[in-house]
Ligand binder design. Structure first.
Ligand code: ZN
Length: 292
């Protein structure tokens, strides 16, 4: 039992640091000029287990020679649309990264993609939780995801409808990729702080005004983080190896024990459905009916 709780705590710390929407959006934006319009001339798999759904050999055969027509992001997935109609989907999970250039090949490199332009990029992943897969119908994956929080489809009404079916803590609801795509631990905590909502409030009991505030905060926080090229709190780096700077504007995420920049109270950390959650006890009133 003790061992299980140690494993849960280790996992909780790890999943707190995975690339979320702003990080994957940054990877997409910065990789795009290097891959779109060029062909992937070959793939070297240094670790076959990085591919799911088919063998490593089949994956390499189907990707080699294909032009990259588009690069898209959906939720936390990066999607290469290939000329043969297949989609190469990358899920970075905890420590996955796509890096341009030869200097990045090391013992953590799991795959190397060679491009017709003469460049290459690598999939590097020290913890080895990241995966790549090739899908004929991308809807099999993205159809299960909720709306993109920065799209026109995501309105306060859509958020209110989604939350109305969720009798769970609001923090857990924000992490549900079927409700909203792309939000993870850091940006859920920051969005709740910005809208003065305690992470244990019931998702289905927020007032219309609170939902409207939360909607606005989610969009503001994500846009700001994209403009800062994501948050490098652990292993996340941009394709050129540089770090993002979004973490320097965090108010609560990764700031356990430090003073709240608004009221000065020490930031607290609690577990919400096995996810480490940082919040300010001064700014985020518990109100009535917390859910544990
Ligand atoms: Zn505060």
């Amino acid at each position: 039992m003790q061992k299980a709780s140690v494993i849960i705590a280790w996992y909780a710390r790890l999943v707190q640091k995975m690339p979320e929407l702003p990080e994957v959006e940054t990877i997409k934006n910065e990789l795009m000029p290097h891959v779109v319009g060029y062909s992937i001339t070959g793939v070297e798999l240094l670790d076959d287990s990085v591919v799911t759904g088919m063998s490593g050999g089949e994956f390499c055969r189907m990707v080699a020679g294909q032009a990259v027509e588009k690069l898209e992001r959906r939720g936390k997935y990066l999607i290469f649309l290939l000329a043969n109609g297949y989609s190469l989907v990358v899920h970075f999970r905890m420590t996955g990264a796509l890096l341009l250039g030869s200097k990045n090949i090391d013992r953590h490199t799991r795959a190397v993609f060679h491009l017709s332009i003469g460049e290459h990029f690598v999939f590097r992943d020290p913890r080895r939780f990241g995966v790549m897969r090739l899908l004929q119908d991308i809807d099999d994956l993205t159809g299960k995801l909720g709306p993109e929080p920065l799209s026109e489809n995501f309105t306060p009404n859509v958020l209110a409808r989604g939350l109305s079916n969720h009798h769970i803590p609001i923090k857990a609801a924000l992490l549900d990729q079927g409700l909203i795509a792309g939000i993870g631990n850091m940006y859920a905590d920051e969005s709740l702080f910005a809208s003065h909502i305690h992470p244990l409030r019931k998702a289905d009991a927020l007032s219309p005004e609170e939902i409207s505030n939360l909607h606005r905060s989610i969009q503001k926080i994500l846009r700001l983080a994209i403009s800062d090229k994501g948050a490098s709190v652990d292993t996340y780096v941009r394709p050129d190896g540089q770090e993002g700077t979004a973490q320097f504007k965090f108010n609560v995420a990764h700031r356990y024990g430090k003073a709240c920049p608004v009221c000065g109270a020490p930031i607290q950390r609690i577990m919400v459905r096995n996810r480490g959650t940082c919040f300010c006890p001064g700014c985020q009133s518990p109100g009535q009916g917390l859910l544990l």
